[in-house]
Design a protein around this ligand. Structure first.
Ligand code: SF4
Length: 336
């Protein structure tokens, strides 16, 4: 069992890819960002090597609204664990925790950006602190999401210590060993239903209630966690997979019965991603030549990317891609 951010630290010093749904998405969306955060920044916040730690933190940069969603998610997790232990929180307790966490992460992110500005020797500030009004509005949204969770038929019952069935909140930052490698697959919650176990992923930031095709396969990864657990059934058919996500309309549930084919699909996805990550590293070479790693496909991704200040894609993606292509052609011509 490993903690998020420490996953690439191995006694041998060899980098091994770890699968998670966000890594999977970044691998496709921007291989450069994947390499910067998960390979060059390996070891994460606990890396002894300062540049690695900086890179990891830089990759964690997020706009204030996203920081609020992370704070809500973390608060809900802590709240669930307390409720499961029989400790009853009030809504104001949860709200205070969310607001504290939001303020702390916003401040530490601003400090990090100040340090980055010095390292890059930029005269202009790399961040601007949102005004009190903007922060107030963001926090109001966070409070609304918590209030809606409190009033949700299932989440509310769990949070109010009123659920009488068998359930368990889990830490999604623990890893699972699969045949292809290590992966983050642990659900946020497991509940024993009348017929099946329900594996639930909580999401504070969903575009829509139903996940896309890849999202369904990612959710099926929870099955791999479940069948590895000694106290749980080994057959996929004994589970349902579910996502309870917060959308503009409030908390909504998507759930489907699981079957063996989903397990296979999840295994195939994880294997393909881990192989693609290895190929990317081989392409970058032993010195991790970041300049030859492909940039983002879409410009909008660069707008909120923590590496946009020192990645050429961040200032002009189109120009950066053209230059990268030109140097690839020049290298091919030179070696022909
Ligand atoms: S700035 Fe754009 S191209 Fe560069 S790492 Fe970020 S998303 Fe990728």
């Amino acid at each position: 069992m490993e903690v998020e951010g420490s996953e690439h630290v191995h006694r041998t010093g060899i980098w091994r890819p770890i699968w998670s749904s966000s890594r999977s998405r970044w691998l496709q969306a921007c291989p450069r960002r994947y390499i910067l955060q998960y390979v060059a920044g390996r070891g994460g916040r606990v890396a002894h090597d300062k540049p690695r730690r900086w890179l990891w933190r830089q990759g964690r940069w997020a706009p204030p609204h996203e920081l609020m969603l992370r704070a809500v998610r973390d608060t809900l997790r802590k709240w669930m664990f307390e409720a499961h232990a029989g400790v009853l929180w009030t809504l104001p307790t949860a709200r205070d925790m969310m607001e504290d966490e939001f303020s702390r992460t916003l401040e530490s992110q601003n400090i990090e950006m100040g340090r980055l500005q010095k390292r890059l020797q930029r005269s202009r500030s790399l961040h601007h602190t949102p005004s009190e009004d903007v922060i107030e509005k963001i926090l109001q949204q966070g409070n609304l999401i918590l209030r809606r969770a409190y009033n949700h038929p299932l989440l509310g019952e769990l949070l109010k210590c009123g659920f009488h069935g068998e359930w368990q909140p889990l830490d999604p930052f623990t890893t699972t060993k699969t045949a292809s490698g290590t992966a983050y697959l642990t659900p946020d919650l497991i509940i024993k239903g009348p017929q099946r176990w329900v594996l639930i992923r909580l999401s504070t930031n969903a575009w829509k209630v139903e996940p896309d095709d890849v999202g369904i396969v990612e959710s099926a990864g929870m099955l791999l966690w479940a069948i590895n657990e000694p106290t749980l059934p080994v057959k996929a058919e004994e589970y349902e997979i579910a996502r309870i996500s917060h959308t503009e309309m409030g908390w909504r549930t998507w759930r489907i019965p699981a079957h063996q084919r989903m397990l296979e699909d999840a295994r195939v996805l994880i294997k393909a991603d881990i192989n693609a990550a290895r190929q990317l590293i081989i392409k970058a070479g032993p010195d991790l030549d970041i300049d030859i790693v492909p940039l983002s496909e879409k410009e909008w991704r660069c707008r909120t990317c923590g590496y946009r200040f020192n990645c050429p894609g961040g200032s002009n993606l189109h120009r950066a891609k053209t230059q990268q292509m030109a140097s690839e052609i020049a290298m091919q011509t030179a070696s022909a």
